[in-house]
Design a protein around this ligand. Sequence first.
Ligand code: GAR
Length: 201
Amino acid sequence: MKRLAIFVSGNGTNMENILRSIQDGKIRGAEVSLVVSDNSQAYALKRAEKYNAECVVVDRKRFDSKESFEAEIKRHLERKKIDYILLAGFMRILSSSFVKTYQRRIINIHPALLPNFPGAHAIKDAWEAKAKTTGVTVHFVDKGVDTGPIILQREVPIEANDTLESLERKVHEVEYKIYPEAINLVLEGKAKPKKQGTKKS
Ligand code: GAR
């Protein structure tokens, strides 16, 4: 049984979808041993309660440096003997030293077709760029920002009658499908990560 930690900062719908997928047997061979939030007000913490998932809040403001903040997170991960870290709306950049410690063991979901629209506002950025298509990417985290090798990617066309809100809904629906699929691929040793290509304009 692999031991997962989910890192969150906000709403937590992807986290809840992972917890539910494990409960329903759609993600196999793993349990969520820890939820880590950098935000004590994150609604994700309320969602996690329903699944009796152990949560810790590690507030960046309480630490003098990124190094000591991450050292505290690592202490919790070691305490819980975590095998994989799943980022699910965790809005902080992890240092290259942290990433190195968990090489190929940190997975992120990003709401765009990377390498297009990296960063914190990907759905809005694709919408404002009037892109014809966007999507969702699940990837291993490397030391860059949203640059790591791709595990799964799925397209979401932007249609003439879409609004930003309808696009957000469609992107999230795809997230709830492909994050569990990608997690299963990694857990089963079947992931074939691909280097990111070049940006399409
Ligand atoms: C998700 O759409 C996720 O892809 C995105 O934040 C949202 C979190 O929603 N992550 C990023 O933009 C990372 N760059 P959730 O808290 O309801 O899962």
